[in-house]
Design a protein around this ligand. Structure first.
Ligand code: GDP
Length: 300
């Protein structure tokens, strides 16, 4: 929790400062509620979710007659945690089934942190004793395959790549074939995230998915989302949820934003569990997402 707090220092400040001022007052009046609302919206919790959270809080304080700052903080934490649907399954489908490797497709717009996240996930899996093949199916970004190869040698995963500008689906196919032949546990496929048009994206990801499915079902499709892009990023994310069956979200760059509340907006708008969070560029800067620890770190 201490480490999470340090990494979320910026988010914590943004949400914390405004709330701290309100929570340190003796009485709650309409202005206080406005300020709580502003702090939440300012932290990117989203207008809709903020409205719901504040309405619930007002109701609870009215019924219970809460007036102390500590009580209100506890209630706010409860509501934020509840908004994150703490009961959702956030585990990663990374274990092989019927002798076939689990395949994880990694999707998202360019620059969101797909390649980095593939590397970090591979590191965690390898450290847990899994064997991993990384597929460099982002053949459009010149450096992506090299970047993934670097991660592979760093963390001890083999990397399958194709020619630059080649067919992403062919690379995905080769990666799954290699993973199957080598009997590895998990194949992670880094895809390209060109979002010029929805049809193109749908065609490309659809093709990748189809070739992978020749070996067996895709275990997981992870959408990588850059937390610093805020509500705009959320709109882009929606396109991916429309074109492929996203099973989990990884929210990256939470270390670089003062708006950690975006996690709540993402979870509520997409209805897909945030499974992991990226907290920096280093190999260890990936954490499982735990609503309770996260909210506590956010509120300081
Ligand atoms: P891709 O185009 O989606 O594959 O994105 P990359 O993996 O190349 O990442 C784009 C940039 O974001 C790189 O400079 C990464 O080091 C950086 N990055 C990725 N994840 C994080 C994160 O959690 N925190 C920070 N601060 N930077 C990150």
């Amino acid at each position: 929790l201490v480490r999470l707090r340090a990494k979320l220092a910026r988010s914590q400040n943004a949400l914390g400062r405004g709330l701290l001022a309100v929570l340190s007052r003796d009485h709650l009046d309409d202005d206080s509620w406005d300020e709580i609302e502003e702090s939440l919206i300012g932290a990117d919790v989203g207008v809709e979710a903020t409205g719901q959270i504040v309405t619930k809080l007002r109701e609870r304080t009215r019924i219970q007659g809460t007036r102390t700052a500590t009580e209100l903080r506890t209630m706010l934490a409860d509501e934020l945690i509840a908004a994150l649907d703490p009961g959702m399954d956030r585990s990663l489908a990374a274990t092989p089934k019927d002798g076939k490797p689990a395949v994880i497709l990694v999707v998202g717009v360019n620059g969101a942190g797909k390649t980095t996240t593939c590397g970090k996930i591979a590191r965690v899996l390898v450290a847990d004793g899994h064997t991993v093949v990384l597929g460099a199916a982002d053949t459009f970004r010149a450096a992506a395959a090299d970047q993934l190869a670097t991660w592979g040698s760093r963390v001890g995963a083999s990397v399958v790549r194709g020619p630059e500008g080649g067919d992403p689906a062919a690379v995905a196919f080769d990666a799954v074939r290699r993973g199957t032949e080598d009997g590895v546990d998990t194949v992670l496929i880094d895809t390209a995230g060109r979002l010029q048009n929805k049809i193109g994206l749908m065609d490309e990801l659809g093709k990748v998915k189809r070739v992978v499915e020749k070996h067996g079902p895709v275990g997981e499709t992870l959408l990588i989302l850059d937390a610093t892009t805020g509500q705009n990023g959320l709109e882009q994310a929606r396109v991916f949820t429309e074109v492929c069956d996203v099973t989990g979200v990884v929210l990256t760059k939470l270390d670089g934003t003062a708006k950690g509340g975006i996690v709540i907006a993402v979870q509520r708008k997409l209805g897909i569990p945030v499974k992991l969070v990226g907290l920096g560029e280093g190999p260890d800067d990936l954490a499982p997402f735990e609503p309770e620890a996260f909210v506590n770190a956010l509120l300081g």
